[in-house]
Ligand binder design. Structure first.
Ligand code: ZN
Length: 231
């Protein structure tokens, strides 16, 4: 269900058009698990990014925020499904109970945003406990980063989105394919593939569920919950 195309979700994506990102034979939503760093960026800068503005920060960081802004803008129309996995709630050294509450609220908001896309999403609500790994990770040291990547993999995400370039470089994952990318790199890949609000990223073969897809707007009910994450 998490990977099923739906009219309410909008136009999805196909393997043939995004060879490196999606598994062979896939036509469906792009599922992106968020690292804590990206959640914090969404909370702090989401409103500005949604308005097409970029905060005044150093160059490299600005590039990542621009990429994240592009992804948010694309998410408004295309079937991108952002998820947060349980380990986000305990990621960080001196995390306060207020921060945990906010992360929990963000997790609920993303689930709510998905319910609007799939009436049946309720069956897939995130478990309160950590997800059981189905792959192996050998490049990262023991800790939250590795746990988050493994959770994203076991959840069936296509991308683990992190602002941490070192993490993306070091990760060595076995098992189901999962790309570990920063927002700017993912955004660049989508742009190069010609993905826009209304076209690109789909295979256009006869057996594609998006072949002849009516350009109905996705269910905008998901916008509200998602934007509630922003400060
Ligand atoms: Zn297709």
């Amino acid at each position: 269900m998490l990977h099923a195309p739906s009219l309410d979700g909008g136009l999805g994506f196909c393997h043939e058009a995004l060879l490196d990102l999606l598994p062979a034979g896939y036509h469906g939503p792009l599922v992106i698990a968020l690292d804590t760093s990206v959640l914090l960026d969404l909370q702090q800068h989401g409103n500005q990014l949604l308005n097409g503005e970029t905060p005044d920060v150093e160059d490299r960081y600005r590039k990542e925020l621009e990429g994240l802004g592009g992804l948010i803008d694309l998410w408004l129309i295309r079937d991108i499904r952002f998820v947060l996995t349980p380990r986000v709630l305990s990621d960080g050294e001196r995390i306060t109970s207020r921060q945990i509450d906010r992360r929990e609220a963000a997790m609920d908001a993303l689930t709510t945003a998905l319910v609007f896309q799939r009436g049946t999403w309720r069956d897939l609500e995130l478990p309160p406990h950590a997800l059981v790994p189905i792959g192996e990770e050998t490049g990262l040291s023991h800790g939250a980063d590795r746990d988050l990547v493994l959770e994203a993999q076991s959840f069936g995400a296509h991308v683990f989105l992190t602002r941490d370039r070192a993490l993306a470089r070091k990760v060595r994952l076995n098992g189901p394919a999962l790309s570990v990318l920063t927002p700017s790199i993912l955004w660049d890949e989508l742009v190069i593939a010609g993905v826009t609000h209304l076209s690109g990223g789909i295979c256009q073969s006869g057996n594609c569920p998006y072949d002849g897809w009516p350009f109905v707007a996705p269910d905008m009910g998901r916008w509200g919950p998602f934007m509630s994450i922003f400060d």
